[in-house]
Structures are given as C-alpha cells and as structure tokens.
Design a protein around this ligand. Structure first.
Ligand SMILES: Cc1cc2nc3c(=O)[nH]c(=O)nc-3n(C[C@H](O)[C@H](O)[C@H](O)COP(=O)(O)O)c2cc1C
Length: 143
C-alpha cells in the first residue's frame, strides 16, 4: 500500500525537507538540478562541492548561477579557512541560496590534499569555526 507522506510545504528557508539529493561532484550541476526539479518539488537540492578558492578567484556567475526553478537549493562549500568561508557564505546569500553546507565528508586524496572534506573531522574546533559562517545566512534566521 502506498502511504501518503505529509509534506511541510512551507516555502520557508531553514525548514526541513523530507528528502534531499546529495551533493555530487560532476553530477549535481545546474542542468542536473533543473532536470531533478521536474521530478520533485519537495526535495532540497545541492550543488556540487565548490571550493572557496574557486569562488574567490574564479568565475562566480558560472559557479553560482542557477535557475529559480531549482530552489530550494543548498550550496556546498569546500574549504578550511573561516574567513574565506565567511566571504563565500555571503556570496551564497547574495545569490539567493537557501542554505550553505560545509563539506566534511569527502575522503578523496585530492580533497584531503587541499585540507578540507573528511580530514577536517580530525579538527573539531576548526570545523566549528568554519561552520559558523556557513550556518543559516542572516536573512534565513528565525525572528
Ligand atoms: C559521483 C559522486 C560525487 C560525490 N560528490 C560529493 C561532493 O561533492 N560532496 C559531498 O559532500 N559528497 C559527495 N558525494 C557523496 C554523496 O553526497 C553521498 O553522501 C554519498 O553518495 C552517500 O549517499 P547515500 O548514503 O544516500 O548512498 C559524492 C558521491 C558520488 C557518488
């Protein structure tokens, strides 16, 4: 028997969504997300991981651009510098992302070489400092 799922349809940032599509490098680009949004409206979508270095020095329009159709949308950042992450979190807010997510799970050699992803878990105090600016952007906070 198929059961109804009660969905919280409040279009409010900071809500919990019943499902999300995890961030995946070389997969969850804007084309993939747009396609997924044709299938599901009540799912939080993630970008691919974008490094703070790429955002600070690269083509921001290309890296951050998305269609309103994709929302709710979370930006996943890769980095280990709280100040850089704070700048990138502000960019995410300016671009209209609903959430910022810090990658502390990717175990790949390339990512560890950059000192972010899973290896950050060995430094919980640094993770705390890094994740503070990634916590819900100011416009998303509850009154
Ligand atoms: C191709 C691929 C790319 C991924 N890239 C990322 C990434 O950029 N950031 C991240 O946090 N996790 C990444 N992951 C991990 C996924 O987000 C997810 O956590 C993982 O696939 C486990 O999901 P599951 O428990 O639903 O199977 C990637 C996984 C795959 C298969």
């Amino acid at each position: 028997m198929v059961q109804d799922i009660t969905l919280d349809k409040t279009a409010c940032r900071g809500q919990t969504w019943p499902l999300s599509i995890a961030p995946m490098m070389d997969r969850t680009d804007r084309h993939y997300r747009y396609f997924m949004r044709q299938i599901t409206r009540y799912t939080l979508l993630y970008t691919e991981m974008i490094t703070t270095a790429a955002l600070l020095h690269g083509d921001r329009d290309k890296l951050l651009g998305f269609s309103e159709t994709e929302k709710p949308l979370a930006l996943q950042l890769g980095g280990d510098d709280p100040a850089h992450l704070a700048t990138c979190a502000r960019l995410a807010e300016d671009w209209g992302y609903d959430e910022v997510n810090l990658n502390v799970g990717c175990p790949s050699d390339r990512v560890q070489h950059g000192h972010f992803g899973a290896c950050l878990m060995a430094q919980p105090a640094l993770v705390a400092r890094c994740s503070r600016p990634c916590a819900r952007p100011p416009h998303c906070q509850s009154p």
